[in-house]
Write a protein that binds this ligand. Structure first.
Ligand code: 8LQ
Length: 440
């Protein structure tokens, strides 16, 4: 559809969504108490953009006062078909109740989007993410099921499970994989330690990822594609926003994600003024359900940083695109001597270097009255440490090389510490690479 024509269709869905939430939830009438527009009859997308923005804090507070769902629920609790939630590692967990009709619509949306990304009914999809409260794995599963693919719900997270995953990949040869980019790299490392070659012993042709940056980090994406001989698609908004695949790449996109605006409507918003930003700008994605009847989230603040634009994609989609994916979070952007530094940029540089050992950590420190200090702790290949025995300056040279590459790319100098490959823990879920020791 042309963007204008689609805008009309989206407005009609959003108008219905907001009216429905206003009339059927206990939360939204109160939340929209001071609204400058009529939530029961929005006349334009500009009016929609005047509704207040909802944050995770709002959800937490509401759910604490009215457990377990808060007054978001628009259906009787007995009609909740699935309960999902966030893990709560950074505060009180949030709960989402999903009705049966919504679950069906999620399956339908994910099937459409996966088809657009290149999945077909003759594929076998290995879901290599934990089956728990986390809705990532379940969302991938229902979408693949609805599309008619063969599903292989392997899961992840249990001790020894990655070794078993490698054995199963070699045995049943799934053609597609869902998980996190970190997990795909961990699986490859584990397979190699077992004497398996992910390129020749496995049969992947397609991998779709969500949950963390990686699939749109050029060097990481290339590494995964070369390691498995597959192509990679980046996906993912937020668990609360399921169908979370509404941000999705396609077969043709080398980085980034199209925004399937008719499924989940996304605005890009200035982090300070909170006003809508035009195409081409960088800002915070704010998401809205357009077809939720159980627990709709409207204008939900992601806290992420991305840039959006209209691009001429060979897939023919006219949606706006997050051109470089989601590359940072507003709150873990590191400011080093006035320069904004995103961990995903550092990842891109490190992974493009031959000596890189597979993992890294970013150590943040601050002393009283001083600016933030960033140390990049990076693994380097074991060979470099072996080489040191005959050539004591080998490590210094590698350190200088990495320091220079980071300075060139980031525009500021950062400290670099080398560690032998295998030093840092691998993850079966989302990587946590920032160690924040800023106490002052
Ligand atoms: N996040 C999620 N997807 C991302 C991506 N493709 N690139 C960069 N960052 C991404 C269930 C789905 O996996 C979505 C999900 O992970 O939901 P969560 O657990 O609620 O986490 C949401 C956050 O993960 C986002 O705000 C991004 O910071 C990150």
């Amino acid at each position: 559809m042309s963007p204008d024509e689609r805008g009309e269709a989206i407005l009609s869905k959003l108008r219905g969504q907001v009216r429905y939430a206003f009339q059927n939830s206990g939360f939204y009438p109160e939340f929209y108490g001071g609204a400058t527009v009529d939530p029961e009859n929005l006349r334009s997308l500009e009016e929609f953009a005047q509704l207040p923005i909802l944050t995770k804090e709002d959800i937490r507070r509401e759910q604490e006062e009215h457990p377990p769902y808060g007054r978001f629920l628009c259906i009787p609790p007995s009609e909740v078909f699935r309960v999902h939630g966030t893990s709560g590692t950074t505060g009180r967990p949030t709960v989402f109740g999903i009705g049966h009709d919504d679950w069906d619509r999620i399956a339908e949306a994910h099937a459409r989007i996966l088809w657009g990304a290149g999945l077909r009914p003759d594929d076998m999809v290995m879901v290599a993410a934990v089956f728990s409260l986390y809705v990532g794995s379940w969302g991938a599963l229902v979408g693949a099921e609805r599309l008619g693919a063969t599903c292989f719900p392997f899961g992840s997270g249990a001790p020894g499970q990655t070794e078993r995953a490698a054995e199963w990949c070699a045995m049943v040869k799934p053609s597609a994989l869902y998980g996190t980019p970190s997990y795909a790299l961990y699986l490859a490392e584990t397979a190699r330690q077992m004497g398996l070659d992910p390129l020749t012993d496995f049969g992947f042709r397609f991998m779709f990822f969500s949950g963390e940056p990686g699939a749109s980090v050029p060097a990481t994406r290339r590494l995964i594609e070369d390691t498995f001989g597959c192509y990679v698609v980046d996906q993912g908004s937020m668990a609360e926003m399921t169908p979370w695949m509404s941000n999705s790449g396609c077969r043709h996109l080398s980085t980034g994600m199209h925004l399937w605006q008719d499924i989940v409507y996304t605005e890009l918003v200035d982090p300070e003024s909170r006003r809508n930003l035009p195409l081409g700008a960088e800002g915070v994605p704010v998401y809205s359900h357009t077809e939720r009847t159980s627990q709709p989230m409207i204008r939900y603040w992601s806290g992420d940083i991305a840039q959006w634009d209209l691009i001429d994609c060979p897939c023919g989609r006219t949606y706006p695109t997050l051109t470089r994916g989601i590359y940072g979070r507003a709150d873990d952007m590191i400011i080093v001597r006035g320069q904004n530094v995103f961990p995903s940029r550092i990842e891109d540089i490190l992974r493009s270097m031959d000596v890189f050992g597979g993992e890294f950590r970013l150590l943040l420190e601050r002393e009283r009255g001083q600016l933030d200090r960033l140390t990049v702790q990076t693994e380097v290949l074991a060979d470099t440490y072996v080489q040191r025995e005959s050539d004591p300056a080998a490590l210094d040279r590698v350190q200088e090389e990495i320091t220079a590459a980071l300075r060139r790319a980031l525009g500021v100098g950062v400290a670099v510490e080398l560690k032998p490959a295998g030093e840092f823990e691998r993850t079966q879920f989302k990587a946590r690479r920032i160690i924040d020791h800023r106490t002052v």
